[in-house]
Ligand binder design. Structure first.
Ligand code: IVH
Length: 687
């Protein structure tokens, strides 16, 4: 195989895996994500196998790394093994069946707990005193980190309770909480020091400090998950062992299951995955093992891992990939948003190809260049986020992004108003991109509700020159449409019926459908109920507009600005001929004007919940916040009571916040609210 493609691939993979192990274990500064590393190792394993390499020729079998020389080596009395991975329910079932076959026992019982994403530590206690603490290293020999471990408050220097064996080796994970990690990185940034890629690297970097006072300042934590060896008289079941460890003073995660059958394990995994982003520590899956120590002994080990336990891996929430390009999207109101085009990468269980970068300042703050390898994160349902570049991988051809000084869609002028983060195209409805977004908004479910007009159809109609403005939709004829691709007689008739149906509408829907900046559904409803006709709204000046409930100077200026545009006025008179306004509003009315209550929906993440908005929000108007809450099924009420489920407290929130705190209600600040919205925002960024 001297110079075969396989042998050169093997050489490359071997070197690459070794390099990443060094970066990870010695320098606490990985270049690639765990998931990407796993892919490399899996390929290497397969190739080693295929080429018939012996066990000691196999790089993939090296667990961890020897470590730096600064810490004294410690030989583990019992090797610290690694675990075989499973990446889905099928592999979990195969594990269960393998064990049943091997042990000749059916209905096996398991213990399962989260797989903490920190670093494995062995703690040796003699006569109840902590004597030595070591990292895993290569599994056989680790590093002596006793001094640093003594600074961790979670780890008892003396065992509590009684009945512990004279010699006890506790194993567990040292980790950094997400909240502490964030605070640490903020502090690092304020001192212009290197940022840590994730909590695990921060924990590893903090523990491997020659100066223990540095470790002490970093808030590290610990979870115990087992013992190096069992002693005579030790409990028969793993879960009982954990109960003992807890009694002796070790933190043991209570979020685990004991004596579970395979079905219960699956349920546990689903629940854990669903709650993953709300935990204050990072996990990369769960560890599942046989309860019975006796059966564990009988099952034994293969190569570097036990047969009786399994690491069930969740999809990686963070991955690295190439930033191919930064494109600029033009929104409905002309806002220019830079969007990252990424080389496709699996993260959080989905393939991510683009991510919003919000605005030019954000790109500068994150120091992103086109061509960089970047970290991408996607936790749970949260939309993907580019965290930052891996500077050590910046190629020579990488180039900084320049925000265009003209609109990329229409070539027209753009402006960035003072105090605003985004630039805007000033061409209004004569900009094609804004036309397209305006059309999509107009036909949307909460607006004119014209089904069958998705992005593709709108693009097609625009390309064919059939539709430019919203009023054009009402002039479409079957003969226009029948020649188009994917437009059979039936679908054309359906579409025309839908358009016809939308002609009968309410004033509030129509106002909302116009897509005026700052006018969400609630404001549209307020305007409809106050002005009662489109004509009255058209002639209203800013002062008159402000007489409508909840309309302040910013919203009033935006409406007046919109209505003054001659193109808009022309379009509105055309629309007025096409649609018939049969009612002011077609959604439930506020129940109590005094409380400014807006009814919620029967479904959605906030279904039936009472939400109070208080204080000032900076990222959205009060109307927009109300609008979002309503769409999620919540209802916004004016005062805090024991019946309130959620309080959104912006800046300078006063007595309502105090009352909420006194009542122990759930309170979100602006950042928390945004995070919450993001986490349920299913809106995809358009390709
Ligand atoms: S049990 C023989 N339980 O995963 C089984 N390991 O083990 C020994 N890890 O780096 C491991 N959370 O530090 C076990 N709840 C947990 C764990 C856990 C994280 C780590 C462990 C090691 C890797 C493989």
């Amino acid at each position: 195989m001297a110079n075969s493609p396989d042998s050169s691939r093997l050489a490359w993979l071997t070197a690459e895996v070794a390099r990443h192990q060094r970066l990870y274990h010695e320098q606490d500064d990985p270049e690639i994500s765990d998931a990407a590393y796993d892919v490399l190792v899996r390929e290497l394993e397969a190739l080693e196998e295929q080429l018939g390499l012996t066990a000691d020729q196999r790089r993939s079998q090296v667990v961890g790394h020897q470590g730096r020389r600064e810490f004294a080596p410690v030989t583990h009395a019992h090797p610290m093994l690694s675990l075989n991975n499973a990446f889905g329910e099928e592999e979990l079932e195969a594990f269960d069946q393998r064990l049943e076959g091997l042990l000749g026992v059916s209905g096996l019982r398991y213990a399962a707990d989260p797989k903490f994403d920190g670093l494995a530590i062995s703690l040796v206690y003699q006569a109840g005193e902590l004597r030595q603490a070591a990292t895993r290293g290569d599994g056989l020999t680790g590093e002596d980190v006793t001094h640093n471990i003594r600074t961790i408050g979670d780890i008892p220097s003396r065992l509590q309770g009684q009945d512990w064996p004279d010699l006890l080796e506790v194993r567990g994970e040292v980790y950094m909480a997400k909240s502490d990690f964030q605070a640490l990185n903020e502090e690092q940034a304020s001192r212009s020091e290197r940022l840590f890629a994730n909590p695990r690297n921060a924990a590893a970097g903090s523990l491997r400090q020659l100066d223990a006072t540095v470790t002490a300042r970093r808030r590290l934590r610990f979870f115990a998950y087992g013992c190096g060896a069992v002693w005579s008289g030790a409990p028969q079941d793993h879960s009982e062992l954990l109960v003992l460890l807890s009694a002796w003073g070790f933190p043991v995660e209570s979020r685990r299951i004991a004596q579970a059958d395979l079905q219960a394990v699956k349920g546990f995994l689903q629940g854990l995955l669903a709650d993953r982003s709300s935990l204050d520590y990072e996990i990369d899956g769960a560890v599942i093992r046989l309860e019975s120590q006796l059966l564990c002994q009988r099952a034994g080990f293969v190569a570097k891992a036990p047969r009786f336990a399994l690491a069930y891996k969740f999809p990686a929430e963070q991955a690295s990939t190439e930033l191919l390009e930064i494109e600029v999207q033009v929104g409905r109101t002309g806002s220019l948003t830079p969007v990252a085009r990424l080389a496709p990468v699996r993260v959080g269980g989905v393939t991510v190809t683009n991510a919003t970068l919000h605005n030019e300042d954000e790109i500068r703050r994150k120091d992103l260049y086109i061509g960089d390898t970047v970290w991408v994160r996607r936790a749970g349902d949260v939309i993907p986020e580019v965290l930052g570049p891996i500077l050590s991988l910046r190629p020579q051809h990488a180039r900084p992004f320049v925000m265009p000084s003209r609109c990329p869609a229409c070539g027209g002028p753009v402006e960035r108003l003072e105090g605003e983060a985004v630039r805007r195209c000033l061409s209004g409805l004569s900009c094609r991109a804004q036309q397209r977004e305006a059309l999509l908004h107009f036909v949307g479910r909460r607006a004119m509700d014209i089904e069958g007009l998705g992005e593709k159809r709108i693009d097609q109609l625009m390309m064919a020159g059939l539709v430019q403005k919203v009023s054009d939709l009402y002039r479409l004829k079957a003969s226009d449409l029948l020649g188009l691709e994917r437009a059979g007689e039936k679908s054309v008739q359906n579409l025309l019926d839908q358009i016809e149906q939308s002609r009968q509408t309410s004033l509030s829907r129509l106002i909302y459908a116009l897509g005026i900046r700052h006018v969400g559904e609630q404001t549209a409803r307020d305007l409809a109920l106050h002005f009662k006709s489109l004509e009255a709204l058209l002639v209203a000046d800013e002062q008159t507009l402000q007489q409508a409930p909840e309309v302040g100077p910013v919203v009033a200026a935006s409406i007046a600005d919109f209505m003054q545009d001659p193109a808009v006025r022309e379009e509105l008179s055309r629309l007025a001929q096409e649609v018939q306004i049969s009612r002011l509003d077609d959604r439930p009315l506020p129940t109590d004007a005094g409380l400014a209550e807006t009814s919620g929906l029967a479904s959605g993440p906030l279904a039936g919940q009472s939400v109070v908005l208080t204080g000032t929000l900076h990222s959205m108007t009060r109307d927009q916040a109300t609008d979002r809450i309503m769409r999620l099924g919540g209802k916004v009420v004016g005062s805090v009571s024991a019946k309130t489920q959620l309080v959104i407290a912006g800046e300078q929130a006063g007595s309502k916040l105090q009352k909420a705190q006194a009542l122990g209600l759930r309170v979100l600040d602006e950042a928390g609210f945004l995070e919450f919205l993001q986490s349920i925002d299913s809106q995809e960024i358009k390709p």
